[in-house]
Design a protein around this ligand. Structure first.
Ligand SMILES: Cc1cc2nc3c(=O)[nH]c(=O)nc-3n(C[C@H](O)[C@H](O)[C@H](O)COP(=O)(O)OP(=O)(O)OC[C@H]3O[C@@H](n4cnc5c(N)ncnc54)[C@H](O)[C@@H]3O)c2cc1C
Length: 355
């Protein structure tokens, strides 16, 4: 069986981002890579959005970006504008195509469907398949989104709606998220932050239909694309091994309070590329302990008091847009953290330390 210097398990967002980062920095000139990916074809299956607080390799896969957004609870809307960190939306179809076209040109890069097809003994492994143990207490961000097209102009394409809490909460945390790509095209997602032991929340199609038809009052529309997913708001289990690093969701790249993962994956890829020559001995890359601690308290409050969360999110966005964007994108300084913390209901958060 064939041997390779490096193996990437999972050719999804993290696996392909890493392979691309290494390839464009010519790390496979005299090294070989095997990518293990079971899917038989790549097609658009996700829309990755984030505030662009650092550079990345995929500006040419951006479907649309915005400098304005809103958040609302029943009866109140907050409009925010920030030009320095645009909110970008990446089309995964374009991303897969760009990377695969590049990787196919290198004779040292090989693709397999199953790890059993190769010898893994002497390789360094980057694994993006998470080990998720079922636990009914775990919190998830689960959602379903549709892209719709309507005949008449309806949306203001200059501003996206990050969270609309003006919807049924069902004793949980629920909001709609709308990305208007143009005046007559938008992605509309129903999103829940909850334990996934309640199947009654998964009537996503009905939720979306009701939101579009009754809340937005759009009657004639066509659904052109649909995506569904669940992001774990906990870290998948991780065993330290000498010749293996976990990447992506499996590698703890999800910011647990928000589900944002894409840009952390890009930063992790850059870190690995810079340290690739001595990767076995380099320090583990992780989301800073400060955010791990703050997110843990945040999720404890969310778990105990879902009814308070819409106001908590709404108040968080009353700080300056720069502060809140930096905080949610792991780039805030001490004073910015403090201004967010001071917006939180103090007693509830202090009590959460002892749950
Ligand atoms: C629908 C959706 C939308 C999201 N939107 C956003 C967003 O807007 N912003 C954001 O920051 N994050 C978002 N995320 C979270 C995160 O960015 C994505 O989940 C991202 O794809 C994670 O990358 P990954 O490589 O860890 O996992 P994946 O992209 O899922 O890649 C894992 C790969 O492993 C393959 N695989 C599975 N089993 C095996 C096996 N046994 N052997 C080998 N390969 C295997 C899979 O086919 C897949 O290609 C979203 C997630 C989903 C599901």
């Amino acid at each position: 069986m064939k041997e390779f210097d490096y193996i990437i398990i999972g050719g999804g967002c993290a696996g392909l981002s890493l392979a691309y980062e290494l390839e464009i920095h010519e790390k496979f000139k005299d090294k070989t890579l095997a990518i293990i990916e079971p899917r038989s074809e790549y097609k658009k299956d996700k829309t990755w959005s984030f505030w662009k607080v650092t550079s990345h390799n995929f500006d040419d896969c951006v479907k649309k970006s915005w400098e304005n957004f809103s958040i609302n609870v029943p009866g109140k809307t907050n409009y925010l504008e920030y030009k320095d960190y645009p909110y970008q939306s990446i089309d995964s179809g374009l991303f897969y195509e760009k990377i695969n076209n590049k990787l196919k040109q290198n004779k040292n890069i090989f693709f397999f469907k199953d790890i059993k097809e190769i010898n893994t003994k002497n390789s360094f492994i980057f694994n993006s398949v998470p080990n998720i143990k079922r636990n009914h207490l775990n919190l998830w961000q689960h959602f379903c989104g549709v892209e719709i097209e309507i005949k008449n102009d309806f949306f203001d394409e200059e501003i996206f709606n990050l969270m609309d809490f003006d919807c049924e909460q069902r004793e949980s945390v629920h909001f709609f998220y709308t990305l208007p790509y143009s005046k007559n095209k938008a992605l509309i997602e129903t999103t829940w932050l909850s334990k996934m032991n309640d199947n009654s929340q998964k009537d996503y199609d009905n939720q979306i239909k009701e939101y579009i038809e009754k809340h937005l009052k759009i009657k004639n529309y066509e659904i052109t694309y649909k995506e569904e997913g669940a992001i774990p708001l906990f870290y998948p289990s991780y065993e330290k091994e000498k010749n293996k690093i976990n990447i992506g969701t499996a590698g703890g790249m999800t910011r647990l309070s928000t589900g944002y993962t894409f840009l952390n994956i890009q930063e992790h890829s850059k870190y690995i590329r810079k340290n690739i020559e001595n990767i076995s001995n380099s320090k583990r890359f992780e989301i800073s302990k400060k955010y791990q601690f703050l997110d843990d308290i945040f999720l404890r409050v969310l778990n105990k008091h879902p009814e308070k969360m819409s106001d908590i999110f709404f108040n968080m966005f009353k700080t300056s847009p720069k502060t809140v964007i930096k905080f949610l994108s792991n780039k805030s300084n001490f004073f910015e953290d403090l201004s967010i913390i001071l917006r939180m209901p103090k007693l509830t958060f202090i009590k959460a330390l002892f749950y």
